[in-house]
Design a protein around this ligand. Structure first.
Ligand SMILES: Nc1ncnc2c1ncn2[C@@H]1O[C@H](COP(=O)(O)OP(=O)(O)OP(=O)(O)O)[C@@H](O)[C@H]1O
Ligand SMILES: [Mg+2]
Ligand SMILES: [Mg+2]
Length: 512
């Protein structure tokens, strides 16, 4: 192994890290060949750094040069082991599961045809008038990144004469309810995007509604065509934005398969690390999809391994709150953009380029940043020999990190009412997150939902971590009461129970 000679000035390479390589054995990926850049300092000439334009940057000892063939092989090996990891984790649903989803969508489309004909008859449209309504899938299913437990986001697109209030939320709901495949049907009317949520053959379906100024909605409708978008109402426009955003993402990513694999992995990472769940102040699927697409656009030829490494590098050091937006040559229309800025603003890639809705708070922002940095530290060094993907996806160790937890207990006397009640409370969680932050508590809202088997009533329990030393946090009951007031307002069903208390880590259920 070649040694640089002490006190011999050869060249100056500025850089933050200088390592004494005199005793270093040539690592994997380096060939013994002379390197012509040497010496970061006038005093310690034997220390050298060579940054190689490869992802991620690696340090080469003096006298050794990087062997690109080996680096490419290592990159391929890591990508292959990631694919194997995805198989082991069951990240891609089986062909049978995919068939079941396709079948559910086909049956729903068929039901819509029957429904729209009935509505046309009710509205006394001429008998010869042809009419049609259809379904456009979007969300993770539309992007091809859904897992076995993902929902299907399916937009019902109907003609102008079918109203949302009556025809969609009453008639279609009744039709759905009469089907044996359908269960747990709920109407979510007061949301930004109103929808029906139900299970079809056990698969969760989100079904919002958009009404176009046409009599016939073709099955293969081009929803980006301005002809279909003219004069539509505000709610329909909002409901369509998910579909339009999906189409743009699919058009903008240079390598769809790599994007899909990367996003599947990122969703698993975010779930395992406790940073997935828009209502709890973390990422929703759409946020991760746009961040992943952003990285794919900038690195069109990168492998999935390199894309994941670049993802962490990009967003660990991103100058938040500078917004992230996809490059598509179009700037947001000034004055027409809802300027709802968040700690991590991410713009939708379709006009008017609004920000994705986000519940991220100061505290959850810090938590996400910490996870980005962890991901970066683990994936940056391509030549690390003890690297295993499994460690990146290790579940966040809540009980090791936090000695105490806020326990949020939700229950109803009737099992059928629990889903609605929990959904309603979760949709108001942001006010609780902000309240806890005002109390200066360092807390960590674990998005996982647990069931307390020792309680007879149907229930769901959340455990949010509390940092050590947060002993001033005694007023949990009054926080609970003020939160209860907030959530009782406007709930249409019969309110269930909610209790907030502080518990020790040892009191958590075993599966937490
Ligand atoms: N916060 C949001 N801001 C903007 N659009 C959103 C937001 N949440 C959901 N949407 C729209 O609704 C779609 C479906 O949302 P959903 O919560 O089902 O996430 P998803 O991407 O399908 O991931 P998952 O696999 O968890 O279901 C998103 O793709 C997006 O178009
Ligand atoms: Mg979804
Ligand atoms: Mg959904």
């Amino acid at each position: 192994m070649a040694h640089a000679q002490p006190n011999r000035r050869i060249a100056i390479v500025p850089g933050p890290q200088f390592i004494d390589y005199r005793t270093v054995i040539p690592p994997v990926g380096f060939s013994p060949a002379p390197v012509n850049i040497i010496s970061p300092s006038f005093h310690h000439v034997h220390q050298v750094e060579v940054l190689v334009p490869f992802n991620p940057p690696v340090l080469a000892p003096v006298g050794y040069t990087l062997n690109p063939a080996i680096l490419i092989r290592m990159d391929e090996e890591r990508t292959q082991s990631l694919f194997q990891f995805m198989v082991n984790e069951g990240l891609v649903p089986s062909p049978e599961e995919e068939m079941k989803r396709k079948d559910a969508i086909a049956k729903l489309k068929q039901m819509l045809l029957t429904w729209i004909k009935k509505v046309a008859w009710k509205r006394r449209l001429p008998k010869h008038q042809r009419t049609c309504a259809t379904i456009l899938t979007y969300g993770s299913y539309g992007l091809g990144v859904h897992g076995s437990d993902s929902d299907i986001d399916a937009l019902c697109v109907g003609p102008w004469f079918a109203t949302m209030e009556e025809d969609f939320f009453i008639d279609l709901r009744n039709m759905l309810q009469s089907r044996r495949e359908v269960s747990e049907i709920h109407c979510v009317k007061d949301a930004k995007v109103p929808l029906m949520r139900f299970k079809f053959d056990g698969i969760s379906i989100d079904l919002p509604y958009a009404r176009l100024k046409v009599l016939y909605v073709p099955e293969n409708i081009d929803i980006l065509n301005p002809f279909f978008l003219r004069n539509i109402d505000e709610i329909s426009w909002r409901s369509l934005s998910g579909v339009r955003a999906n189409i743009r993402i699919l058009q903008l990513v240079p390598n769809l398969e790599n994007f899909q694999s990367m996003l599947r992995c990122l969703k698993l990472w975010a779930r395992k690390r406790g940073v997935y769940g828009n209502l709890l102040g973390f990422f929703g699927g759409v946020h991760l999809a746009i961040l992943a697409a952003f990285v794919c656009q900038r690195h069109p030829n990168a492998s999935v391994n390199a894309l994941i490494s670049k993802f962490f590098e990009s967003f660990a050091f991103w100058p938040w709150p500078t917004p992230v937006m996809l490059q598509d040559g179009m700037m947001p229309m000034v004055g027409n953009v809802a300027e709802i800025r968040s700690f991590m603003p991410i713009r939708l890639p379709c006009s008017p380029f609004e920000f994705c809705h986000s519940n991220i708070t100061r505290r959850t922002f810090q938590r996400i940043r910490a996870e980005f940095l962890r991901g970066h530290a683990m994936t940056r060094d391509l030549l690390r020999t003890n690297f295993v993907w499994n460690s990146l996806f290790q579940p966040f160790p809540y009980t090791k990190k936090y000695p105490r937890f806020v326990r949020i207990f939700l229950s109803t006397s009737d099992q059928n009412e629990l889903g609605d009640w929990v959904g309603w409370v979760k949709s108001r969680f942001r006010s609780l997150l902000v309240k806890l932050e005002e109390e200066q508590s360092i807390y960590d809202p674990n998005p996982s939902e647990y069931v307390d088997p020792d309680v007879a009533e149907p229930n769901i329990v959340f455990f949010w971590g509390l940092q050590p030393g947060q002993s001033s946090f005694t007023d949990i009951e009054s926080i609970g009461k003020s939160f209860m007031k907030n959530i009782n307002n406007g709930y249409e069903g019969s309110c269930g129970r909610i209790e907030l208390s502080i518990v020790e880590a040892s009191q958590l259920p075993k599966n937490a």
